[in-house]
Design a protein around this ligand. Structure first.
Ligand SMILES: Nc1ncnc2c1ncn2[C@@H]1O[C@H](COP(=O)(O)OP(=O)(O)OP(=O)(O)O)[C@@H](O)[C@H]1O
Ligand SMILES: [Mg+2]
Length: 583
């Protein structure tokens, strides 16, 4: 198949298509029969002109009409079936790959070197599927039959054959030119479309800022510029294929008349019959119809091929993980060993060589100025960013040995920018677990101290939080997100500034929640700016400029750090075995 040939060998996409091999063979066989049936029209003409008319036999004519009618119907049915099978192949491909593509969309932005392409990969998969389901592939299956028609033209008469061949060469040349000329504009149009859509999405996300500060007009201008560029790019791509498509159509008509003309010349010189003229003319037009169709669908073909290549690159970049080895749920230790962290796709190392260890029941407060790398560090702790160097281990197993789903069950994470997902409060707390038990949701809400707040909402646990959780206040969202982090009693609870939007009641609930989690032998890591956030922890890590400035029992470290700066500019090094210093 044309698409598969252009793909990278042994790719995941290729494999998925290969799984449809049976269907493709079926389509090939059908195309064979269909193309033989395409001869019906020509042969009918030939018979009518050369047999029926001279013999003036009505029964022969009726017989021919019935036969031709039956063959036409057969051709139509097969054509329909072929289109349907191709459509099903597209659907099967989509079904085989959409989960993988979705996974790459989610994970790629978190991987080193991963470019963020937004949801483009999903559009790419759509492109490939839409192309397979369209008219294009049928044309490609018909193209190999072109020589058959030409041979028959030659059998009618050499001159008719030569005329048809000349036409075919010109049209094929036109196809090649279309390919050359349309590749670049199609790629540009695609890129411009993506940029335009990103801008629109970003504006929608930040609507409040845009309106409040009167930026909507300016953003609209930027959007208009992007849109104009997109329209122009799109126009260029359409112009190329559209123009060449028109030329090919006219050429095909000219060819039909040319064959007719040549035939007439032959009849005059008594080298051919009238039937041959008509049949030859129909046949040559038929022979070149797939070329016409191929040129008409060249744009979607190019788009699908580019999508195909992009998807291949993407899936290669993020190979499917082998099923991870089975690990025991962690119960005793979190070890951070010489971890350095660089944001994905960035060379800058933000966090340098941080090491510490915590045991079950420990609570660690991470403090340090803005931009010191606290959030980067906790992202590595929960496994969303892979450390550039070093390892984070839970009970000795490095985080990358766990599958994300498995690991997620043992981790509770409250990010600094809380985002809830559209759904009910209960769904958000239960992390959209379809089999969530009400008791577990209630337990998490109680532990987070939000139960009372939730039941005061209009529909209690069934309150819809709206898109991005917009229907809740920032403080409410943060507290619901705390319950989400505590859902299922995870072993490692990581809270990144969990009290940035909280009132006194929320602060107290947070402190209680941290205590409760430690009492059930979990490890809690809290990033905090305000002292209240670290009330319930027993260990402190001070980060400065991405380095561990101090680590140790809370009282000791705080006493050192809060001391008025005396002569010593050298960083304080307090390293203790946290496990021994359990509260
Ligand atoms: N996704 C990212 N891509 C590139 N750089 C990043 C990214 N996230 C953070 N940084 C950089 O890492 C540095 C530390 O950021 P981080 O968010 O860890 O600080 P922080 O200590 O959490 O600060 P704050 O107290 O304000 O939350 C910043 O200088 C920031 O520019
Ligand atoms: Mg932060």
């Amino acid at each position: 198949m044309a698409l598969a040939a252009s793909g990278v060998r042994r790719s995941e996409l290729g494999e998925a298509l290969r799984a449809c091999r049976g269907a493709f063979i079926g389509v090939g066989v059908m195309s064979c029969i269909i193309n033989l049936l395409y001869l019906t029209g020509s042969i009918f003409m030939l018979e009518v002109y050369d047999r029926v008319l001279p013999s003036r036999s009505v029964p022969t004519l009726i017989g021919l009409i019935i036969l031709a009618g039956g063959l036409y119907i057969g051709q139509g049915v097969l054509d329909l079936l072929r289109g349907r099978i191709l459509g099903r192949i597209g659907t099967a491909l989509d079904e085989a790959l959409n989960a993988r593509v979705f996974e790459t969309i989610v994970r790629l932005p978190l991987m080193a070197g991963g470019r963020n392409e937004g949801v483009q990969p999903l559009r790419d998969l759509d492109n490939v599927r839409a192309f397979l389901a369209g008219q294009g592939p049928s044309a490609f299956f018909d193209l190999p039959w072109l020589p058959l028609y030409l041979i028959i033209c030659f059998a009618f008469h050499v001159l008719i054959g030569v005329t048809a061949l000349a036409g075919a060469i010109i049209l094929v040349a036109l196809t090649v030119i279309t390919e050359r000329l349309s590749r670049q504009p199609a790629r540009e149009a695609m890129g411009l479309a993506a940029r335009r859509n990103d801008l629109a999405a970003a504006s929608r996300r930040n609507a409040e800022v845009l309106v409040a500060m009167g930026m909507a007009g300016r953003l609209m201008q930027r959007w208009s510029v992007a849109n104009e560029k997109y329209l122009a790019g799109n126009q260029r791509a359409s112009d190329v294929t559209g123009g060449l498509g028109a030329v090919s159509k006219v050429l095909r008509m000219m060819l039909q008349s040319a064959v007719l003309g040549v035939g007439a010349y032959l009849v005059i010189h008594q080298e051919a019959t009238a039937g041959i003229i008509i049949a030859g003319s129909i046949l040559s037009a038929r022979a070149l119809a797939p070329v016409d169709l191929a040129i008409a669908h060249w744009r979607s073909f190019v788009a699908a091929r580019q999508s195909w290549e992009r998807l291949n690159r993407l899936l290669e970049q993020m190979p499917a993980k082998p099923p991870p080895t089975l690990l025991q749920p962690p119960t005793s230790r979190l070890a951070v060993e010489g971890v350095s962290i660089a944001p994905p796709g960035d060379q800058r190392v933000i966090v340098q060589d941080v090491s510490f260890a915590l045991s079950a029941g420990n609570g660690l407060g991470v403090i340090g100025p803005s931009g010191s790398g606290k959030s980067c560090l906790v992202r590595a702790l929960v496994g969303v960013w892979l450390p550039a160097r070093g390892k984070v281990r839970l009970d000795g197993a490095a985080l990358d040995q766990w599958s994300s789903d498995e690991l997620g069950r043992h981790i509770g994470y409250l990010p600094q920018d809380v985002e809830l997902f559209a759904g009910t409060v209960a769904q958000n707390i239960s992390r959209f677990d379809p089999e969530a038990k009400a008791e577990k949701v209630l337990a998490a809400a109680r532990e987070a101290g939000v139960h009372d707040m939730i039941i005061k909402m209009r529909e209690g646990y069934n309150t819809q939080v709206g898109e991005h959780g917009a229907a809740l206040s920032a403080g409410q969202a943060q507290r619901v997100a705390l319950a989400r982090a505590l859902y299922g009693d995870p072993f490692l609870v990581v809270l990144d500034e969990p009290n940035s939007n909280l009132d006194t009641e929320g602060d107290e609930a947070l402190t209680r929640a941290i205590r409760a989690a430690r009492e059930r032998r979990a490890i809690v890591v809290v990033v905090a700016h305000r002292p209240i956030g670290i009330e319930a922890v027993d260990q402190i890590l001070v980060l400065r400029d991405g380095r561990a400035h101090a680590f140790g029992p809370k009282e000791t470290v705080l006493a050192q750090v809060l001391q008025p700066r005396v002569a010593s500019p050298a960083p304080i090094k307090i390293v203790s075995d946290a496990g021994a210093a359990k509260s």
